[in-house]
Design a protein around this ligand. Structure first.
Ligand code: RRO
Length: 312
């Protein structure tokens, strides 16, 4: 039984990996994911300049998931680019994802120029959905801006590139966003980032649990799986089949991985559950997925990818 997959014609021996932001902030964390059962890693979203991010506490685990307002702490794109290029020299067969995000389209183009100049052969994930930088809206909810950014991106960047999207909640929005995405040679879209600006409360203290933005933050984990599956499947139904889908949101066991793939995901990413359990989770998820596949008589991802059934 194989859980191998490919994105942008690059092969991965496992379809399970980390979600950007979790276990990927520096060389130490990335090396551990690289040596785990994960198929590959994606880096924390790199910006032009390194950032400290928001004040702590800025991540809180609840019984059903997580809330975060990290505020894009990262070492800067150059750091991730240098490290991944160094790793790539050692592991010529393996491919990696670098996430990045600018604060406007000019910055996005500068980031992509650095990536081009480094002759990066892996896959770029442009994050259009960070919910936690005070004063900066989630780009993915501004449809005209997404269109403009993608136009500029593909006029200036030739390598494989995907986008990380926020969750959408309306059929009309799925239609409108799919129409925009289908205009461009995207390698993939990643559904979904955290559900932005939730509020979790400690009832005993009558108080919020994270400091930035008076407690508002992105929600991950169990809360968001139905929304994530809906986004994966809505775009699977609407996108040109050349645009692949990475499924992220609420994955903590093999069944969750199976459901994302059934909805159309070619690869899946783990955030909240990786934060809780650590990188050993990749071995567990892989074994649990293989057990489900075996019971159902499936030997590869393609046997069930996107094959969700509807009621007659
Ligand atoms: O760093 C963050 O606060 C963050 C980012 Br960039 C993102 O894309 N998603 C998220 O939940 N947190």
């Amino acid at each position: 039984i194989s859980t191998a997959t490919s994105i942008a014609q690059q092969k991965f021996n496992n379809c399970i990996m980390n979600a950007s932001g979790v276990w990927c902030s520096d060389e130490k964390e990335l090396t551990i994911i690289d040596n785990s059962a994960a198929g590959t890693f994606v880096t924390k979203s790199g910006t032009l300049q390194p950032r400290e991010g928001n004040p702590s506490p800025r991540y809180f685990e609840t019984s059903w998931g997580s809330i975060n307002s990290m505020g894009l702490p990262n070492r800067g794109l150059d750091y991730y680019l240098d490290f991944v290029q160094k790793l790539q020299q050692q592991k010529r067969q393996k491919h990696y994802f670098i996430s990045c995000t600018g604060f406007n389209v000019q910055e996005d183009l500068l980031l992509l120029k650095k990536i081009t100049d480094a002759d990066f052969k892996g896959i770029v994930e442009l994050n259009l959905s960070c919910p936690n930088v005070p004063g900066k809206p989630q780009t993915g909810y501004d449809f005209a801006t997404v269109d403009m950014i993608l136009k500029n991106v593909f006029e200036n960047y030739a390598g494989p590139l995907g986008v990380k999207l926020p969750p959408y909640f309306d059929i009309v929005h799925f239609n409108q966003m799919a129409q925009i995405l289908n205009k461009y040679p995207l390698a993939y879209i990643n559904c979904v980032n955290s559900i932005g600006n939730g509020l979790y409360i400690d009832d005993e203290k009558e108080q919020v649990v994270i400091k930035p933005k008076n407690g508002f933050g992105g929600i991950g984990g169990d809360y968001i799986k139905p929304t994530a599956l809906a986004n994966v499947h809505a775009f699977y139904q609407r996108l040109d089949p050349k645009i692949q889908i990475i499924g992220t949101g609420g994955i903590k066991n093999g069944q969750d991985v199976f459901e994302h793939i059934l909805c159309g995901a070619s690869m899946v990413q783990v955030g909240t559950a990786l934060m809780k359990e650590g990188p050993d989770i990749f071995e567990r998820l892989t074994q649990e997925l293989k057990t489900i596949m075996q019971a159902k008589g499936y030997s590869k991802i393609a046997d069930f990818k996107g094959k969700l059934k509807y009621l007659a």
